[in-house]
Design a protein around this ligand. Structure first.
Ligand code: BEZ
Ligand code: FE
Length: 276
């Protein structure tokens, strides 16, 4: 007698289709992804209309992407996935600075500036602010030759790539520490800003009655020979959106008082795996 196939047998058949794959990591990822996707569909009883809406949503997400706009990363961000990927990949010891998301507005090749220079254009509005601190290791020793890439929005809440009135590389700059590990640079106090909401991700946020704001922050990407790369932000501790970040990137340890002229914070790096 023939029997009808169960969803479990269907899953096994799909998983078995990877049996000849020579890449064990690909097999592991596809097995896990397929198993969780099947469980999601069964658990929710996903309707055909909902499945189609999902296909259309992903199609629209792809169509919104171009050289400047990465709607899929934005989707990953608002799903909380980007932050989880960072938590899994940038595991830090207790004393090291906590990481957060890179975000879609990082641009390599920022201007190399001298300590004390400003990343804000001279005619920039906004409240002047200096960031100052030391790049050091967990034992407290200053790190010479640490390279800091910093970037943030204008006082209007736009990155240079979003606002044609801004010169390319405005509000971006790179700094290299000397023997004392110290850094300091001028900028303007960062402001809260909205992530782009004119695409499918914006539709999702509105449909879900979710916030589209990010709390005011300045981004840091710190590299230093022999140490793990640190990707993080420093958040304005008095931001209105500290507890409703659209991309779930806020960490209490990264909140800094920016009410005064100087915001102080030490950036603490973990040793690279090969140096442990
Ligand atoms: C950012 O901080 O630049 C950012 C991160 C995630 C989504 C949008 C912007
Ligand atoms: Fe940002």
């Amino acid at each position: 007698m023939t029997t009808k196939m169960t969803p479990k047998q269907h899953l096994e058949e799909v998983l078995a289709s990877y049996d000849q794959c020579a890449d064990p990591r690909l097999v592991q990822i596809m097995t896990s992804l397929t198993t969780h996707l099947f469980a999601f569909i069964e658990e929710t009883g996903l309707t055909r209309q909902e499945w189609m809406a999902g296909i259309e949503f992903l199609t629209a997400t792809g169509k919104k992407c171009d050289d400047e706009r990465q709607e899929f990363i934005l989707l990953s961000d608002v799903l909380g996935v980007s932050m989880l990927v960072e938590m899994v990949n940038q595991r830090t010891t207790d004393s090291a600075t906590e990481p957060t998301v890179l975000g879609p507005f990082y641009r390599p090749g920022g201007p190399e500036l001298a300590m004390g220079d400003s990343i804000a254009p001279e005619n920039s509005g906004g409240q002047r602010l200096t960031f100052a601190g030391t790049v050091r290791n967990a034992e407290g020793s200053p790190l010479e030759g640490a390279h800091l890439e910093v970037w943030q929005t204008s006082p209007e809440g736009f990155y240079d790539v979003q606002d044609p009135s801004l010169d390319p590389m405005s509000y971006r700059g790179n700094f290299t520490t000397g023997p004392d590990g110290r850094f300091n640079f001028g900028t303007i106090r960062p402001v809260d800003y909205q992530i782009p909401t004119d695409g499918p991700v914006g539709d999702l946020l509105r449909a879900s009655a979710r916030e589209s704001w990010r709390p005011a922050h300045t981004h840091f990407l710190v590299t230093c020979s022999g140490y793990k790369t640190l990707i993080t932000h420093l958040f304005d501790a008095s931001s209105r959106h500290l507890h409703s970040d659209a991309v779930f990137g806020v960490r209490e340890t990264l909140e800094v008082n920016m009410d005064h002229e100087v915001a102080s914070f030490d950036l603490v790096l973990d040793l690279a795996e090969e140096n442990k």
